[in-house]
Design a protein around this ligand. Sequence first.
Ligand code: DQQ
Length: 474
Amino acid sequence: MATEPALAIRQRLASDHHRPRYHFQPPCNWMNDPNGLIQWNGQYHLFYQHNPNGPLWADMHWGHAVSDDLLHWTDWPVALAPTSGGPDERGIFSGCAVDHAGTPTLIYTGTRGEHYDIQTQCIATSDDGLLTWRKYPGNPVIDRVPAEAGQTRDFRDPFVWQEGDTWYMVVGSRIQDVGGAVFLYRSADLYHWEYLHPLLTGDIRRNGITWECPNFFKLGDQWVLIISSHMGTYTASVIYFVGTYENHRFTPHYEGVLDYGTLYAPLTLVDSQNRRLLFGWLREDRSLAEQQAAGWSGVQSIPRVLTLDDHSRLNMSPIPELATLRGQHTHYGSGTMAAPLAVGGLALDLEATFEPAATEPCGLSLACSADGNKRTDIVYDPATGQLAVRKITPELFDITTTQIRAVPHPLAAGEALHLRILLDGSVIEVIANHRTSLTSRIYPLPTDDTHLRVIGGQALHALDIWEMSSIWPV
Ligand code: DQQ
């Protein structure tokens, strides 16, 4: 199904060392949210917010890629494009996919109006194995925001599931002057929807004005609501709530941050192994002019397997399939490792365990110059209980440039620090102790800065480094 032009474009851009080698992105141009995740006849389908005509956000379509293993993807044709005069004429916004009694069905937000002022929920189906899609002639299936929202615009990103014979949908929105909200609907046939009530409403001061991209699902014996909060900052914008769900009422008892960095608008699916998998859009961290010049923007995270721990915290691990991309392996045991280590390139999977002393920071410096002056530090400070990603560029007076993100990561008494780090060109996914996620992008990234250094080597217990192979046949 891969088309020559797509592969040719990938080949042309492959020498751009900012581009990831083992994370999914389209051949070129803009991508944001993952959409419509579904496994069909064993194959994983990833749809995504896409501008097929340029590297900046505009004119939203749904791009489409297919995979047998969640790692190697084949580009399929664009699945959904705006229809002039239709309810999605201004753009196809985010949504989900379901198996409707054997019919693959996409449920998405159609937008109209110059400022996307009219947002409605629409449906499309496929009868040729998810290749082409036919929009339901009766679209939209939900045509207005519930009156209690007190506003008429923000109403998007349907997430649908089935309980027995009944379908349920949550839609991201807001209640004027109150805060973000997720509205709950019910349907017997997927096409006629009855509004029930807000599933949850936020506090405008704490968690933002508008909630986007809700996901609501059972995990173990609890229910989890994930929302992306449009706060205009990079901090704590993907939030989750864990609680009970009875009589269509959700009562959260725990609130956490899913990612503190550039991961946004995540979407989940359950696969045939009964795993709840999460993909997230890894946003860029460079100017629009640089994105335009590069010809591409946006990356999908490596899918993560979600579980809950005994404290109701969401735990996340990159899919175990990732191990199949691991090549050259280096292992270090405990003890000081002062000298910078030359590692093979900028596509690495790392696991490190530290037993932090009371005061000494520990962690790893990645993408280091040989002299160690230029680098990106991923460092835990036991004195503050904070984990940070800090980019050091000496040219700018030894101070950080693009980013320093320090986030809370409290360790229990006697708990070791575990770091899982996926470095891939300009992408860094950091997950500490399976529960604190801090994704970042590194720009600019000189090609020769491929050393690694341990910070606080005395605390190092074990370090494993794998060089990763590319997922593309170019
Ligand atoms: N992205 C889509 C919206 C969604 C937002 C538009 C989140 O549907 O609310 O591209 O990144």
